[in-house]
Ligand binder design. Structure first.
Ligand code: SAH
Ligand code: SF4
Length: 439
């Protein structure tokens, strides 16, 4: 989401004649686009700001430093006061105001705009992608979140849920296709609650799939409460809607889910997983998990382990609970699971998850996949890296293939995180014949 927001900020500033540079010491203005989701995300920002303060001293003050995004909303006073680290604080709904705020700073004033909006979707701003691979792009389709999960700061930093009109999204997809992009991830804090008044998320996904049959469509991050059958049917039927779904569970225990204000039970969640696997054979699944939420007992923790063992996720993002200001959990509950216990529970779920991933990846050996090449592998220029429709990273020999190609690959080996393969031929979504998957 922050990458996507930065592309909106790029566009707004470049309209004003500003240009991006590569190194901090070439810059006249530096913006740090921030995240508040957990304490350690914020710590990294403070460290970064200290580096830029040193740089500002080296440049005799000829540098403007601004904080953008969620931290701006959360702690504007501290940011402005603390050691005069920054000149400018701008929340996620106020980026159109950046040119005026920069002018205020030039006039010697500190500038702040952290107003949240009920309407802003930046629908007419054409994002400027300065830092992507030219193959996959992010497109924000809705902003904010109304769910108020007890642990989560997002509703406070990003405000109310609102959806960007479908037409402007489809126009952007067409533009990306014209520019040669092969994969788009539709983004929102709560992406499947999308509703622009005329289109549901299922409608939008179907229309998105029709823009360019050779452009893959993914989405992130959805909520388990909004998965109508129609959406799953579309994913199953349209070859370019990817067979990979992220379904954040957070916990496998009903009492914890209730304390978290997640509106489903373990049983309902498992039913949804079963439905997904039935309607979309071969679909891969990932999740988000929080360990050590307020009052979490060992037994409740074991329910999370057992949920994860039962579902067997292909990927999981796992976090120790981090208390955030203003949330219901911070106001009503006690953050009473000791840090060592949170860490130990986290390493238990990570260890189990790595074993499951390796087991699942081993089953991929011998299968064929259509891989979209994103670039060279991190280890060697002689190897390419890309993902399967099911979102698994594959590395294979470069030969004559290039970034942006769809390549048919046979999987030969794996680790818990990556598949290794042999390229067979250049192909396309239309040509590729997937193997039947055992259900
Ligand atoms: N809208 C998405 C989540 C966005 S935040 C959803 O509902 O799934 C991404 C993940 O960060 C969450 O799913 C949660 O697992 C984690 N997270 C959010 N708040 C957290 C906190 N206070 N401590 C630890 N992890 C948190
Ligand atoms: Fe946070 Fe996601 Fe819950 Fe919204 S749905 S409050 S973003 S965890």
């Amino acid at each position: 989401m922050n990458v996507s927001d930065t592309e909106i900020v790029n566009s707004i500033l470049m309209e004003e004649g500003m240009q991006p540079v590569n190194e901090p010491d070439e810059a006249e203005v530096i913006f740090v686009n921030t995240c508040s989701i957990r304490e350690n995300a914020e710590e990294r920002v403070w460290n970064r700001l200290k580096e830029f303060k040193a740089l500002k001293r080296e440049k005799d003050g000829r540098l403007t430093v601004g904080v953008l995004g969620c931290m701006a909303e959360r702690i504007r006073e501290q940011i402005m006061e603390k050691e005069e680290l920054v000149d400018l604080v701008v929340g996620p709904d106020a980026y159109r105001d950046l040119p005026k705020l920069l002018a205020d700073v030039d006039d010697g004033r500190k500038a702040v705009n952290v107003l949240l909006s009920l309407e802003e979707t930046y629908a007419d701003v054409k994002p400027v992608r300065t830092n992507d691979n030219g193959v996959s792009a992010f497109v924000t389709i809705m902003r904010g979140c109304d769910n108020m999960c007890a642990f989560c700061v997002v509703p406070f930093t990003r405000g109310r849920e609102r959806s960007r009109p479908a037409e402007s999204i489809l126009d952007e997809l067409q533009r990306l296709s014209d520019q040669g992009y092969k994969e788009v991830t539709l983004l929102g804090q709560n992406v499947n609650s999308y509703d622009d008044g005329e289109h549901s998320f299922a409608d939008l996904m179907y229309k998105a799939s029709q823009v360019d049959p050779e452009m893959r469509i993914r989405f992130s991050s959805p909520h388990p409460k909004d998965f109508p059958e129609e959406l799953l049917q579309s994913i199953s039927e349209q070859p370019n809607l990817c067979n990979y779904i992220h379904i954040p569970a957070q916990s496998g225990n009903n009492a914890v889910l209730e304390r978290m204000r997640r509106p489903y039970t373990r049983e309902q969640y498992l039913d949804l997983v079963e439905k997904m696997r039935k309607i979309i054979p071969g679909v891969t699944l990932s999740t988000d998990i929080i360990t050590g939420f307020c009052d979490e007992t060992e037994e409740e923790h074991r329910d999370t382990l057992s949920l994860m063992a039962e579902v067997k996720y292909d990927l999981a993002y796992m976090f120790a609970y981090s208390e955030r200001g203003r949330t219901l959990a911070q106001r009503k509950y006690e953050d009473n699971v000791p840090e060592e216990v949170k860490k130990r529970r986290l390493s238990e779920i990570i260890e189990q998850q790595m074993n499951i991933q390796e087991e699942l990846n081993k089953k991929e050996i011998g299968r064929r996949h259509l891989v979209l090449v994103e670039g060279t592998s991190k280890r060697s220029d002689e190897q390419l890296r890309g993902r399967t429709d099911t979102n698994k990273m594959v590395v294979f020999d470069r030969r004559d293939y290039e970034k942006g190609d769809y390549v048919e690959v046979t999987i030969t080996d794996c680790t818990s995180a990556t598949l290794m393969g042999d390229p067979i031929r250049k192909s396309s979504i239309a040509e590729f014949e997937a193997e039947p998957v055992a259900v």
